[in-house]
Design a binder for this molecule. Structure first.
Ligand SMILES: NC(=O)c1ccc[n+]([C@@H]2O[C@H](COP(=O)([O-])OP(=O)(O)OC[C@H]3O[C@@H](n4cnc5c(N)ncnc54)[C@H](O)[C@@H]3O)[C@@H](O)[C@H]2O)c1
Length: 356
């Protein structure tokens, strides 16, 4: 069990054998309402039958993470009698987590909540760090709060039903965290992924979920509100978010992050920070984990990508804040000139590097 330090309350991450065991661990179940991904109801109906009357079911879609969609959810929670001393239990991936975290942070000015993350991305990355991120119009994740759950209940058995692309999407964040940590973890991860098969996948995913959380923990504890060192966790994200929005979310989040990390590394070479050999090595090793979405990115409108980068919440003026790299374990934040440095590098990465 991990204990994560947070300003509002410390919270724990607990490993459970399966979904029924996770549900049995929920606090004050008689006062709980459950915000559940519809896919979970379809896939895990028997396991969820005991709480069916307490479930509010939502689609795990980006469009659901917007204010327009929230009113009926707030109303349903209130009509079903959720009170200030109640518990909101979220069962789903990053989309449900963002919605549940946001609702819990504002409903009654703060409602206790717990999380059962059901995607690899949510288990290995977003379940710790306290963030909610909500979309408004075309602007992704521009609104949000910091509000940790009281407990995170992890179960790797639930990942068995996750589609292959969603596994790779989660692996994007797992890879990012190991690149952030250093060369040894990254090499070990790449070796494990190369050897992964249907039989050993659950054990390997459990191992890398826990290793990922261990890398992320010190960053979020040192800088919970993302004003300093935690920014480094955004390696690959300035570009990744732009690739997601320019393809109308045609590239899963973590896979867009893989393409974003390659872009940031390409830019780092151009700025004299990383060696061309490091970029070439990374490009080769990450290719299996982003294919065939490199082709999706090549078809995207470059102007839409640049507009999205400019709109990113981390940017001001003619320069863009980027997390660059000198190699595994060596990330740094720099302001990069948009027109003269960033645009030519992104163009060359997409038009030339991805084509080879
Ligand atoms: N708040 C944060 O810290 C944070 C961090 C990273 C990403 N995010 C957000 O998370 C979202 C992406 O989340 P995600 O990648 O976890 O995906 P998701 O929640 O969108 O789920 C992806 C798909 O998998 C399905 N699914 C979920 N669990 C399943 C299971 N166990 N078996 C079968 N299908 C299952 C869902 O129904 C959906 O179709 C984005 O909106 C992103 O902005 C938030």
């Amino acid at each position: 069990m991990l204990t994560i330090k947070s300003r509002d309350r410390n919270y724990t991450v607990q490993v459970c054998a399966d979904l029924p065991a996770a549900l049995q661990s929920v606090s004050r179940p008689e006062r709980a309402l459950y915000l559940v991904d519809r896919a979970m109801i379809q896939l895990y109906g028997p396991a969820l039958a005991g709480i069916a009357e307490q479930c509010v079911v939502l689609e795990a879609k980006e469009e659901q993470k917007s204010f327009e969609q929230f009113t009926p959810v707030f109303l349903e929670l209130l009509q079903r009698g959720l009170k200030r001393d109640g518990v909101l239990v979220v069962i789903g991936g990053g989309v449900l987590q963002d919605i549940g975290c946001f609702i819990a942070s504002v409903l009654f000015r703060g409602l206790y909540w717990e999380l059962v993350p059901t995607t690899l991305l949510a288990q290995a990355d977003s379940c710790i760090g306290s963030k909610s991120s909500i979309n408004i119009g075309p602007y992704k994740n521009q609104i949000g709060t910091f509000y940790p759950p009281g407990r995170v209940l992890l179960t790797s058995s639930i990942l068995r039903t996750l589609p292959g692309d969603e596994i790779r999407s989660g692996l994007g964040e797992v890879i990012k965290l190991q690149l952030l940590h250093g060369p040894d973890g990254f090499d070990e991860l790449m070796a494990d992924l190369a050897a992964m098969n249907a039989e050993n996948q659950p054990a390997l995913l459990t191992k890398w979920v826990l290793r990922s959380l261990a890398v992320k923990q010190p960053y979020i504890e040192a800088d919970e509100f993302d004003r300093g060192i935690r920014n480094l966790l955004n390696y690959g994200h300035t570009f990744g978010h732009a690739y997601e929005s320019a393809t109308h979310f045609g590239i899963p989040h973590g896979i867009a992050v893989i393409l974003g990390m390659l872009t940031a590394t390409h830019l780092s070479v151009r700025l004299g920070l990383a060696t061309p050999e490091h970029f070439a090595d990374l490009k080769k090793r990450l290719a299996p984990w982003h294919q065939p979405y490199g082709a999706t990115l090549q078809q995207a409108d470059l102007a839409a990508i640049f507009t999205a980068i400019r709109h990113d919440k981390k940017n001001t003026g003619d320069a863009v804040n980027c997390i660059l790299t000198a190699g595994p374990g060596r990330m740094e934040k720099r302001r990069v000139d948009f027109q003269h440095e960033l645009m030519p590098s992104v163009t060359a990465f997409i038009q030339q590097e991805l084509a080879q």
